[in-house]
Design a protein around this ligand. Sequence first.
Ligand SMILES: Cc1ncc(COP(=O)(O)O)c(C=O)c1O
Length: 439
Amino acid sequence: MMQHNIVPQDLAKKVFAESGLPSIGRAGIREINKLAFDLEAASGKKFIHMELGNPGLPAARVGVEAQIKALQDGVAANYPPIDGAPVLKKEASRFIKNFLDLDVDAANCIPTVGSMQGAFASFMIAGHANAKKNTMLFIDPGFPVHKFQNKVLGIPMEHFDIYEYRGEKLRAKLEEMLSKGNIHSMLYSNPNNPTWVCLTDEELRIIGELANKYDVIVMEDLAYFGMDFRKDYSHPGVAPFQPTVGKYTDQYILMISSSKAFSYAGERCALLGISNKLAQRHYADLKAFCGQEVFLRAILFGALHPLSSGTSHSAQHALAAVLKAVNDGTYNYREDVLEYGRKAELMKKAFIDNGFYITYDEDCGEPIADGFYFTYCYPGFTGADLVEEMMYYGISGISLDTCGSTKQGVRACTSLIQREQIPVLAERLKAFAEDHPVK
Ligand SMILES: Cc1ncc(COP(=O)(O)O)c(C=O)c1O
């Protein structure tokens, strides 16, 4: 028995056995979350929860107020238009212009039930657009649920870990993957969940150029919009803009979530911004799949209609109001979410001071930004072993090998930990280090 365990080993082992999980360290986010709560209940010791990417801030107020008003005005009684409430579409198009410096017509800005549904609909349609190209490419590490979506859709997948292919090296790797001709689309998140890697403009250019060369759709997941805090992308119509592949290709789908940037996760309202060219493109093979040939119509009538017949009407009004405030410059979302970056800095220091190291440590020579996630490991441990071992110290995270990573480590989420818990985290990490001296 290690000297400093917070949760006694025999008790923890009993809870582990009762969970029925084949591997504690490789368990998914929700499973680890449940396990941590079960261990808290059994031991009476509060955990430092770093597993779940729940926003840790109140929802953007302007959204809540607009949503209440929309409900009072009676929108709940009516189905929303399948392509979205006009007021939201207009603000979405403005937002894309103001913060990405891209032109996407309001007609091609579509609300979805969370970015999760936007991704599902995009995989479903892009995956059947061309019978010769049936495979999805993930630029990993990535969000495990996206792979699960492809699995349930029966769409074949390929992936690679970007860590070894940063900068110009990305070109040869993408050539290798795309030149086989079977890839219909590629997806990455930027900033990245789980590593907080932020692709550089040069890398986005390479992705765009190769997408053009091999006629591949780029799905750019902007779930953490503007949250690379090394730069300030939050002023409407003013550079710097959030870097985007849309500068380098005209066949893209932007996935814009309200969950993190606006802390609106509970209402499940996000946006797809489909490039004007892709939206109008005809794909003959889609006809047999969903009765539509035009990409946008296939998304609307072939995917979103059968999936949920649109997105919550009142939530659309909420998001429209948030975007209007951000577009008008009366609400700066960055000032709210910057707190994640400040906590990340303190948390990383606590890890490093106690012998841990940051796994995905830099972006092409620049230290990784402080933000919503970071990754860490401890000498001599695999990610999965570390997840399990740290449970005895009251700390929960998820292993990177559940995210398509080739590197060993654990993902830490900075959102739920409170400032006053950071010294507790530091104490527990110290205890862990004392119990596991590095030879
Ligand atoms: C990379 C990434 N994409 C998509 C999502 C889902 O976003 P939403 O809550 O809008 O469905 C998340 C949520 O954690 C995420 O991390």
